[in-house]
Design a protein around this ligand. Sequence first.
Ligand SMILES: Nc1nc2c(ncn2[C@@H]2O[C@H](COP(=O)(O)OP(=O)(O)O)[C@@H](O)[C@H]2O)c(=O)[nH]1
Ligand SMILES: [Mg+2]
Length: 338
Amino acid sequence: MAINPHFPGQAKQQVDMAALEAGVRNGNRQALAQAITLVESEHVEDRSLAAMLLSRFTQDPPAEPSFRLGITGNPGAGKSTLIEALGQHWIDQGEKVAVLAIDPSSSQHFGSILGDKTRMEQLSKREEAFIRPSPSAGALGGIHRHSPEVIALFEAAGYRRIIIETVGVGQNETSVQNVVDLTLLIALPGAGDEVQGLKRGVMEAADLLWVNKADGDRIPAAKLAANQLKQALGLFHREDDYVVEVLVGSATTKDGMSGLWEALDRGMRWGIGTGRTQERRAQQREKRLQELVHLGLWQWSLTQDDHWQPIRNKVISGELSPAEGALEFLRHLAAKNR
Ligand SMILES: Nc1nc2c(ncn2[C@@H]2O[C@H](COP(=O)(O)OP(=O)(O)O)[C@@H](O)[C@H]2O)c(=O)[nH]1
Ligand SMILES: [Mg+2]
C-alpha cells in the first residue's frame, strides 16, 4: 500500500518534463519560473511532477558547488538594500546570483511584492540575477515552506550564489539556518535596545553579524551596538571553532562593505575547507526528509484514512488523550502496512 499521497500521481500531460528540465538546465528564466511554480504548488499531481523533476537534478547535479547565504534581521534593517549591493558585487566577480525574497508586507497584494523587487532595482536589471519574491503566506519560520526545493532549482539553473532573505519575524527566523550554508544577521545601531530586541535563537543561528546604517550621526551608536553584540555572542557556545565576526557599516554609503564581502568569502571558504558545509547540508537533507514524511503522512491521514476521523473526534471530546490517540493511529498504520 502506498502511504505517500504523491505516488503514484496522475502525471499532467500538458507539462513537458523533458523540455522543462532542459530549459532549467540551460538557465532559461521562463522555464525556471515555471519549475518554481511547480515545486511551490500544493496540488497532489503537481507534487508528484515536482518530485520527478527534482530527482532528475539530484541524480545529475551541477559540477560547480554553490554557496547558499541566509540573511535575517528585523523588518527595515536593510536586508534588501544589502542584497542589492552584494548581488551586484558577486555578479561583477563573474557569478550568477539568485535571490529568494519573502515579502513581509502582504500576502494578498501583489503590489507589495513588486515593491520589494524595486528595492533591488539595479540587481533585478542584471542578466545574471534572478529574483524570486514569494508572498509570506505559506512562510514558516521566516522562510517559505518550499525553500529547499527552490534552492535546488536555482542550482540546477546554474546559479552558484544563492541568497535567501527572510521575512524578519524574530524567534521563528532561526529555521533559515536549515536551508543555507551561512547566516548573516543584520542589526541596527540601537545600542542596548538592539541587543535585547534580538531574540537569543536568532543570534545563536547567526554566523556573521553586520550592524547596518552606520552613517551620519549613527556611527558611534553602531560601534557601541557592535561591542555589545560581541559580548552577547561570547555567551554562546559553538561546537566548531568558527569565529563569529561582528562588522559595522552602511549599505547606503557602502562604508565597511568590502570588509563584509571579505568576511562572507572567508566564511564560505572555511565551510568548504573544513568539510562543515558538506556535513551541514547532509544534516539538512535528513531533516528535510523527516519534514516531508511528516507532512505527507499528515496530509494523507487527513484525507485518505478512515481511521483518522473517529480517533480525532475521540481526542477532541476528551475520550482519548492526544498521546493515546496518536499511538492508536500509528498502530493502525503499522498493522495496515504489515
Ligand atoms: N541610512 C541608511 N538607510 C538604510 C541603510 N540600509 C537600508 N536603509 C534604508 O532602510 C529602509 C529599509 O531597508 P530594506 O532594505 O527594505 O530593509 P529590509 O526590510 O530589511 O529588507 C530603506 O528605506 C532603506 O533605504 C543604511 O545603511 N543606511
Ligand atoms: Mg526586504
